[in-house]
Each structure stands twice: as structure tokens, then as C-alpha cells.
Design a protein around this ligand. Structure first.
Ligand code: HEM
Length: 391
């Protein structure tokens, strides 16, 4: 495998939609690349190919030789093989069957009043504090952190610790820091499970413990997986959505005048956030072909969801942030086998936050051009350093 294209293609930015992936996509749906850490990989950019591969059991997240597998970066959790090669499919089935009931559309619907109240509380605090403010801290990061922590039963005073670990885990440039973050998160998960065993509460960890079929280690693994999967992703979608909306006065006013648009704002923000997230990675479990290219067993395949979500063959004016877009079959929550369990919850949080924010702060505006926003160091999802606003 001799790669010609060096990743990353784009410098990280919290709200820029244009990407060099578009040019690559026009050339071919799959490319041989060298990852940020110099390993060879296949980068897939075509919508159709990515959708098919997401559902293809010949690709997995684990590797038969994890220590020598190609990597996309240094993050211990995100950029290399994960899970046990022999039992991967069994574990996905366990994970989905145990978690799905707590994140189903029906269960999430029942959570609506609580999520609305939590959003109102955060916006009350923002109003009380007065302008200027940082919307990333005041709302976009706080809401997903509070929602997921409450669901899992993480005590309020322990929540700030989570930030430290999740940020360290995501560090794509420092494997040691990332591994220490992962160890911290899992250690905390085990401790929390032990506490819930003796003093159960009304939360997902306690319910998983009651299930009786999972070991403490498995409950901790599921819980910390949910925490990680549900926090920065949703925060990044809220960040990019609010920044792009505030940058477009016309769309901000349209949302204020018609709160029903919050659902399509949420979808468009999720489509946009894929620019901020790393590609989904897989390892070939057997030899296969992708768009005519021969992929060998064990090779790294990177699925550029952002390229798929901006494929002009599927999305009209793909690079525009358009909250009136009607047909939006983005792949941001994945597809098939591993489709995001938290999609209904993420949608609820996004819709609630956007509609309340525009209703309560119609005059809110950014104090810097959206282009000038910068990225927090080592955040895996290109979270902005701040979203400075006044109203
Ligand atoms: C905008 C926010 C979110 C985005 C963009 C997102 C994206 C994704 C994607 C792309 C996958 C599939 C990964 C793969 O195929 O390897 C996934 C899986 C997953 N997501 Fe989300 N997610 C979001 C929010 C959430 C939330 C709020 C939760 C909380 C419950 C969550 C929990 C999960 C879990 C547990 C999986 C693993 C499913 C499996 O491995 O079978 N996600 N997510």
C-alpha cells in the first residue's frame, strides 16, 4: 500500500463548512491515504459507498493484531482498534439490547419535560448573568453534559471531572495522555457501578446493574461508552448550529418567528457537525473490494461521513447551512449495525436548545466573525474555545 494523500486534509475549525474532501470526492469514491500518524489507510468519500460499508459485517472496529494495526491518530479510544476481535459482534448485540430500551423514541419522549426544564435553567442563568457571555460554556457543552450525567446517575459535584477525562481521551496527538484519560474514565465508571450496586437510584447504571446478566466491568464499560458517545458529539452539534445560525440573521429570525423549524435546524446542525468529527473507522475482517479497489484483511478503512453528507449527488447546495432543507438523509448518526443509539436523545436536546434560545434571545449575536472562532486544544470534535455573544 503506497499512499499519495497525506491527512489531515483540513485544519480543524468549529464552524467552517467547506472542506478539501469535496475535491477528493469528485475524483473518486475511495483513496489511498497516509493517516496523521503516517499509517496507510483507505479513505472513502462517496455517499453510496459509505452507507453500504457502515452496514457491512465484513468490516469491524476490532483487529486481529491490535498492537500492529494501522491507526488514524493517537487517541486510545477513537483512532485505533477497539474491542475483542473474536467477540465483537456478540458484544455489539449485548450493547444494543441492553442500552436501546433506555434510549428508544418512547423513552426519550418521556424525558422531554426534564430536558426542557434543564435548558430553561441554563438559559435563566445566562439571562441573569447578562451579556457578554460564552454560549459554548453556558449552553452547548453544559446541556449535553448535564443530561447524560443525570441519565447515568453521575452526582452533580463529580461532573466537572468528566470534562478532564473525556478531553484527555480524545487527544489525537498524545497517546499517553489519551490512555491515562481512558484509565481515569473507566476507573471512575467501576467506582460508580460499585456505589450503585449498594445504593441504587433511578438511573441507567442502576437499571443495568439490576438486569442481572452483566458483570460490573461490563456495566462500567457500557456506561462510560454512553457518556463519551453522548457528550462531545452533541455539544459540537450545538456549537456549530448556534454559531452558524447566529451568523445568518435571516435564519435566526426565521427560527424565532417559527419555532417549528427547530427540528430542521437540528438536522442541519448534525449534518454540519460531521465536518468537526473524525471519520468513522473500520478494519477489514476479510479481503474485499471498495469501488473496484482491493482492500486486504486487517487494513484500515476511514469513512468520511462529512464527505457523504456533502455529496452534491444527494444534497442540493451541499455546502450551504440551510434550515429549510427538506430532504436531509445525512449519515451523521451512522447506518446499519451500529446506528447511533442516542440519536433520539441528541435530537431532543438540539431541538429544545435551538427553539428556546431563539425564543428568549431574539437579539443575540456573535461578537466576532464566525471565521475567527478557534478550536479548543485536543478536543476530538473541534469544539470552539468560546462562542462569544451579546444580546
Ligand atoms: C449529535 C450527536 C451524536 C452524533 C453525531 C453521534 C454519532 C454516532 C455515530 C456516527 C455512531 C456510529 C459509530 C460507528 O458506526 O462506529 C454512533 C454510535 C453510538 N452512539 Fe452516537 N452520536 C451522537 C449522540 C449520541 C448520544 C446523545 C448518545 C447517548 C446515548 C450516543 C450513544 C451512542 C452509542 C452507545 C453508540 C454505539 C452504538 C454501537 O456501537 O452499536 N450518541 N453515534
Amino acid at each position: 500500500m503506497a499512499a499519495k494523500i497525506q491527512l489531515p486534509l483540513d485544519p480543524p475549525h468549529p464552524a467552517r463548512l467547506q472542506s478539501n474532501l469535496g475535491a477528493l470526492q469528485k475524483l473518486a469514491p475511495v483513496h489511498l491515504v497516509s493517516t496523521a500518524v503516517g499509517d496507510p489507510a483507505w479513505l472513502v468519500t462517496g455517499y453510496r459507498e459509505i452507507k453500504e460499508l457502515l452496514a457491512d459485517p465484513r468490516l469491524g472496529r476490532s483487529h486481529f493484531d491490535p498492537d500492529n494495526a494501522a491507526r488514524s491518530g493517537e487517541s486510545a479510544l477513537l483512532d485505533g482498534p477497539r474491542g475483542d476481535y473474536e467477540t465483537e459482534h456478540k458484544w455489539i448485540a449485548t450493547l444494543r439490547s441492553r442500552l436501546q430500551p433506555y434510549f428508544s423514541a418512547g423513552h426519550v419522549k418521556a424525558m422531554r419535560p426534564r430536558v426542557e426544564a434543564m435548558t430553561t435553567d441554563l438559559l435563566d442563568r445566562l439571562a441573569e448573568q447578562g451579556p457578554p457571555a460564552d454560549l459554548a460554556d453556558a449552553l452547548a457543552l453544559s446541556l449535553p453534559r448535564e443530561v447524560i450525567s443525570e441519565l447515568l446517575g453521575v452526582p452533580v459535584e463529580e461532573r466537572p471531572l468528566l470534562d478532564e477525562w473525556t478531553t484527555a481521551v480524545s487527544d489525537a496527538g498524545d497517546r499517553e495522555r489519551s490512555m491515562a484519560g481512558l484509565a481515569g474514565l473507566h476507573g471512575y465508571g467501576r467506582e460508580l457501578v460499585a456505589r450503585k450496586r449498594t445504593r441504587p437510584g433511578q438511573d441507567v447504571i442502576s437499571w443495568l446493574c439490576e438486569d442481572g446478566t452483566l458483570s460490573d466491568e461490563e456495566v462500567a464499560q457500557l456506561a462510560m461508552g454512553v457518556l463519551f458517545a453522548g457528550y462531545e458529539t452533541t455539544a459540537a452539534a450545538l456549537c456549530v448550529g448556534t454559531a452558524l445560525l447566529l451568523d445568518s440573521r435571516e435564519q435566526w429570525r426565521a427560527l424565532h418567528d417559527n419555532p417549528e423549524l427547530a427540528a430542521s435546524v437540528a438536522e442541519e446542525s448534525v449534518r454540519a457537525v460531521s465536518r468537526l468529527l473524525p471519520p468513522v473507522i473500520r478494519y477489514a475482517r476479510e479481503d474485499l473490494e471498495i469501488a473496484g479497489e482491493p482492500v486486504r484483511r486487517g487494513e484500515l478503512v476511514m469513512l468520511a461521513i462529512y464527505a457523504a453528507n456533502h455529496d452534491e449527488a444527494v444534497f442540493r447546495h451541499a455546502d450551504a447551512f440551510d434550515i429549510t432543507r427538506e430532504d436531509n438523509p445525512h449519515l451523521c448518526f451512522g447506518f446499519g449495525l451500529r446506528y447511533c443509539i442516542g440519536a433520539p436523545l441528541a435530537r431532543l436536546e438540539l431541538q429544545t436548545a435551538f427553539s428556546q434560545l431563539a425564543q428568549r434571545f431574539p437579539r443575540m449575536r456573535l461578537t466576532v466573525p464566525v471565521e475567527d472562532l478557534t478550536v479548543r486544544p485536543a478536543s476530538f470534535a473541534a469544539i470552539p474555545t468560546s462562542i462569544p455573544v451579546v444580546w
